[in-house]
Ligand binder design. Structure first.
Ligand SMILES: [Zn+2]
Length: 231
C-alpha cells in the first residue's frame, strides 16, 4: 500500500504529496509551543513552508530539464521533499551538471526569501508583516541551512559532485566516505539534542541523517558508482 495521498502536476512535473507531510506542522507545533508563539501562527507557517519547499524542488527539477532530463518527479514529505529521476539520466549526468542541479534548489528557494525580506519595511499591517517575515525566515533559513556540506542536504550533494569533479577517483572515494561519516556525526548530535530537549522530531531527523548516510556507505561498498538524488 502506498502512503502517497495526492498527485498533482506542477509546471509539467508529476508532484506527489506524501501523507508524512503532516509531520511538518506537527513538528513546528511542538517548536512553536516551546517558543511561546500562538498556534494560529502555525497554519500560515505550514503553508509558507510547503510552498517554499515546492519552489526549492522546482529549482532542482528545472535544472534537470535544462540538461535534457524528462523523467523527474517531485515528492513533498515529512522531511521536506526530494526530486527523483531515472537511473539512465543519473548515469549520463556529468559531475558539473550534478553540482548545478544540487545548488539550483537552494537558489530557487532563496529568491522568494530575499523578496520577503525586502518587503518587510513596506508591510502595511500586522498580518502582512507576519506573512512576509515568515516568507523571509523560511526562504532564507531553510535554503542557507540546506547548503551546509552535510549529506543528504544539497550542500552535501554539491560537495560530493565537486569532489568528483576535482579529485582523482581514489581521493574522491575517501572524501565521499568522510562526508557520509560527518552526516552520521550530525545525526548523532541531533539525536543527543532530541534526547536532552525531549524533542521526538529531532530524533526522527537524526534517524534520517544516520540511516541515509549509513546506506550510502553501504551502497558505495557494494554498488560503487550509484549515488542518491538531491533532497
Ligand atoms: Zn534540495
Amino acid at each position: 500500500m502506498s502512503l502517497r495521498s495526492a498527485q498533482l502536476e506542477v509546471f509539467g512535473f508529476p508532484t506527489f504529496i506524501h501523507a508524512s507531510i503532516l509531520l511538518l506542522p506537527a513538528s513546528y507545533a511542538w517548536a512553536l509551543k516551546q517558543a511561546g508563539l500562538p498556534m494560529w501562527y502555525l497554519a500560515s507557517f505550514t503553508l509558507v513552508l510547503i510552498a517554499s519547499v515546492l519552489i526549492h524542488e522546482l529549482g532542482h527539477a528545472w535544472a534537470l530539464r535544462w540538461y535534457g532530463s524528462r523523467c523527474q518527479t517531485i515528492t513533498l514529505h515529512g522531511l521536506g521533499g526530494h526530486v527523483k529521476w531515472c537511473e539512465h539520466c543519473q548515469s549520463v549526468m556529468r559531475p558539473s551538471w550534478k553540482f548545478t542541479v544540487a545548488v539550483a534548489g537552494p537558489l530557487a528557494g532563496f529568491a522568494p526569501g530575499v523578496l520577503g525580506l525586502l518587503a518587510i519595511p513596506f508591510a502595511a499591517d500586522q498580518v502582512t508583516l507576519m506573512l512576509v517575515t515568515q516568507v523571509a525566515f523560511v526562504g532564507i533559513g531553510l535554503n542557507v541551512t540546506n547548503l551546509l556540506p552535510v549529506f543528504p542536504l544539497d550542500g552535501g550533494h554539491a560537495a560530493l559532485a565537486l569532489s568528483q569533479m576535482i579529485l582523482p577517483r581514489i581521493l574522491h572515494t575517501v572524501a565521499a566516505t568522510l562526508l557520509h561519516l560527518s552526516g552520521i556525526a550530525v545525526g548523532v548530535g541531533l539525536a543527543y539534542y532530541g534526547y536532552t530537549m525531549s524533542d521526538p522530531f529531532a530524533g526522527l531527523y537524526a534517524l534520517a541523517f544516520i540511516g541515509i548516510n549509513a546506506l550510502a556507505i553501504f551502497a558505495a561498498v557494494f554498488k560503487p558508482g550509484q549515488e542518491r538524488a538531491p533532497t
